[in-house]
Design a protein around this ligand. Sequence first.
Ligand code: 9D3
Length: 366
Amino acid sequence: MNYYVLTLFPEMIRQAVDTSILGRAIRSGRISVDTVNIRDFSVNKHNRVDDYPYGGGAGMVMEAEPVCRAVEAAEERIGKKSRVVYLTPQGRVLNQTIVEELAREENLILLCGHYEGIDERVLEQKVTDYLSIGDYVLTGGELGALVLIDAVSRFVPGVLSNEESSQFESLQDNLLEYPHYTRPEIWRGKCVPEILLSGDHRKIEAWRYEKSVERTRERRPDLLQHSYHVTGCWFGGDIQRRAACGLTDSVSRYGAYLDLDRKKLRKQGKVFGSRELLIFVLDPGAEIPEDGQPWRNLQGRNTPLVLAAGESAKGLPRMAEELAARGFAPIAVFENGCGAEKQAEQALEIRKKLEAFWRCQKEESL
Ligand code: 9D3
């Protein structure tokens, strides 16, 4: 990932990115951070880049021309079309989904404003994304750019070591992380929860999930409104099972698995709620057993659904329709493969679709 930061204070960017994990990532060539000093593109003999606002009012406004030339300088260095992110309190608030989406870019141009803002005309011409880092007031865009660089770089392969990278992100499932403990077992009279010493991994998992939910309810009840439970199910063989489990694990820390090939399950069926997500992987070429289709006893209650199948999938849209008639809301249908290479891409797509789904639900209920 190559970042191009356009700013009046390049040393502020350099200071931060040459340190710690980002510094290491730069030295190993996994990321690069180029700074472009907007002042170098001043069109004024006093090197000024700001002027009074038309219409009056407080503060100064950054001129369009130097900003435009700075963007073009970055575009020339890159040599192809890339996103231009303007850090501004008026942007969409950055979140983990946006971070992961940005991490898929090869180059990012980050524009940092100062003073009251930047002449609207150059923004209209050059900016592709308006992003804020939260609802509070900063003195300029540099800290926003740094926050973005830090969060995005974690998703660049090789930036985090195995130790540092967690397979599971804290915000998966929209739940906070469970509490952590290390030695000593008793510290100033306080014990480590007994269950963590039991060695019973199923129980430990269940306890951690419970703690995650409890903690989210206490500290971030707003997140809980968007929490969901993921079930990955499959119909077919090992390939489908692996795809279903892989996809489930990449969107959820606490996902469940369901083998639709099991006769018993086909008989008893299962009803999913609206706070669940069903990921359904099948091989549409597989022989469908006489006692019905694999979805025969699956029922949704407005349950978001992801359907995926192997390369030769044909009947998928029809299956999506049938499942829709059974109470599922198809949010994504992947017809062309569900291998490991595609997994990260599909997981991100699922998360984006799911967020849109929740947004829709919320609007409908208003
Ligand atoms: C004091 C000026 N404000 C008018 C009431 C508008 C204003 C302009 C520029 C407020 C802050 C800034 C500088 N902030 C950023 O450039 C910025 C920012 C932020 O302030 N909050 C959250 N995210 C970001 S990203 C860039």
